[in-house]
Ligand binder design. Structure first.
Ligand code: FAD
Length: 459
């Protein structure tokens, strides 16, 4: 069967676009999570027709298919849990059309977020959703996880910028959804159904995205706090007066880790630091700076700094940008594991979530640094354990359960932007309740043989 499989795929995309060597296959067995599973073959289509032919073949033969962008996903979404075919979309990476009259851009799914913005910026425009992985992640991956990032506070998440999609279904049928209009009221919205479904319903081979003009000016404000709860309350106070492009937070653990990582940075070793980015016209930016500085001072921030100077801005952001990479410096003997890393709560509940998270970390003796997109109530965590110790894994499971239950009891959810994948699959019933029955019927309608990304989203 394996030989037939490879021969048939070579017939569709050419021998040079099929990898079946064990070393190659091993390289495609992982994403940025802890999951791994080796596919039988990796294939690199270059057109929608290629993807359609691959799907027809896989469907006829009941072969599992896992779509893959850049594999920066943090929950095992692009890991081929059941083997079969990995469809790597990185060679479908063309910007097909830039339509500045209608404020949109048509791209293939393998286009990298940052590369798209480099092209758009030269024309005075940008595509706002900006995950921390922007230099690696693809548009197809972003749509499939409904990626967020720092600027979601003001601009929204990927879903808000998807105007149209070309999607190949499990049967190989191609659907073209949406279009260049900014509004539609047409009943059931199939277009949005494909956003955030992690390649379980179809493979995106083209996307039409909304773009907007670059702001005239941006500025950064950094505010350290002696009290983490006061910092989180500041987020609420700021948002009741203005909407910055980004509001980020780092707690004491992350600050320490960043200082150990970049020695010359010397961030103040306080309980929390808030980072704000504001943008707009010069006057708007000035006014937002005034509001934020005033509000931070009211909440007893120590020494608020701000700048609109491009170079100084990079310097001020450096601490927050380093947070993800710095976490291992919290304790060099331990390893960071991506668990309980993406909860989201209503804005007013951030102080409660942060407080409970710190208590749970203490209870299990597992070091946790908290950071993330405070302006959306989205708290990321760097959780460190001794991965060689089975007892640590058991404690981690309990910590994760308590963190998720806390988020849900506060009216929040267990993943704001990273997704479900394999990592949170067992939580689907808890999250969706009776709704899961209908979700499974939708899956059955699009993929009756269950060949698309099996094992993800609890399906
Ligand atoms: C350092 C770092 C920082 C990060 N920061 C953020 C952040 O700030 N915000 C955020 O939201 N995420 C963040 N992430 C997570 C991740 O980068 C995003 O989820 C991103 O959108 C994944 O894109 P990708 O191209 O790597 O997709 P992959 O990991 O390859 O795939 C993700 C999912 O999408 C499916 N998929 C991929 N392409 C297609 C397609 N064309 N059609 C159908 N399904 C497809 C896959 O099967 C998988 O289920 C971060 C990750 C890292 C490593």
């Amino acid at each position: 069967m394996e030989e037939d499989l490879i021969k048939s795929l070579c017939g569709i995309v050419g021998e040079e676009n099929v990898k079946s060597d064990i070393v190659d296959r091993y390289c495609y067995s992982m994403d940025a999570s802890l999951y791994s599973s080796i596919p039988d073959v990796v294939v690199f289509p270059q057109t929608t027709d290629h993807v359609s032919e691959i799907m027809k073949f896989a469907n006829t033969n009941g072969i599992p298919v896992t779509p893959r962008g850049a594999a920066t996903g943090l929950c095992g979404g692009a890991v081929p849990l059941k083997g079969g075919i990995v469809i790597d979309l990185s060679k479908m990476n063309k910007i097909l059309e830039i339509d500045l009259d209608n404020f949109c851009v048509r791209v293939e799914p393998g286009v990298i977020q940052n590369e798209l913005n480099q092209v758009l910026n030269k024309r005075g425009f940008f595509f706002p959703p900006t995950p921390g992985s922007k230099k690696m992640c693809t548009i197809g991956g972003m749509i499939s996880t409904n990626a967020g990032g720092m600027t979601a506070v003001k601009y929204g998440v990927t879903r808000n910028f998807v105007l149209g999609l070309k999607v190949v279904l499990a049967s190989g049928e191609v659907l073209e959804l949406g279009g260049k209009t900014l509004k539609r009221s047409l009943g059931l919205d199939l277009l949005q159904l494909f956003v955030g479904t992690e390649g379980t319903l179809g493979i995106i081979t083209e996307a039409l995205l909304r773009i907007i003009p670059l702001p005239e000016e941006t500025a950064v404000i950094v505010a350290p706090f002696k009290d983490v709860y006061e910092a989180t309350k500041t987020v609420n106070s700021v948002l009741s007066r203005t909407v910055p492009a980004a509001i980020e937070i780092m707690d004491r653990g992350i600050i320490k880790a960043v200082n150990a990582y970049i020695k010359e940075l010397k961030l103040p070793e306080v309980e929390a630091i808030l980072y704000f980015e504001v943008d707009g016209t010069r006057e708007e930016v000035q006014r937002q700076i005034e509001i934020i500085v005033e509000t931070c001072k009211k909440h007893k921030s120590l020494n608020v700094q701000w700048t609109a100077d491009p170079e100084k801005k990079l310097m001020l952001w450096q601490g927050r940008e380093a947070a993800g990479g710095a976490i291992m410096n919290l304790d060099r003997r331990l390893v960071r594991v991506y668990e309980a890393e993406d909860v989201c709560v209503p804005i007013s509940k951030i102080p409660d979530m942060v407080k409970r998270f710190q208590e749970i970390s203490k209870k299990y003796g597992i070091p946790v640094g908290l950071y993330g997109h405070a302006g959306d109530g989205n708290i990321h965590s760097g959780v460190l354990i001794d991965v060689r110790n089975p007892e640590e894994w058991r404690k981690l499971k309990n910590l994760t359960r308590e963190v998720y239950e806390t988020a849900m009891s506060l009216g929040g959810n267990i993943s704001a932007e990273h997704g479900i994948g394999a990592l949170r699959a067992e939580w689907m019933r808890r999250i969706h309740g009776e709704g899961l029955k209908y979700i499974k019927k939708i899956k059955e309608a699009f993929d009756p043989k269950g060949i698309l990304n099996p094992g993800k989203l609890g399906m």
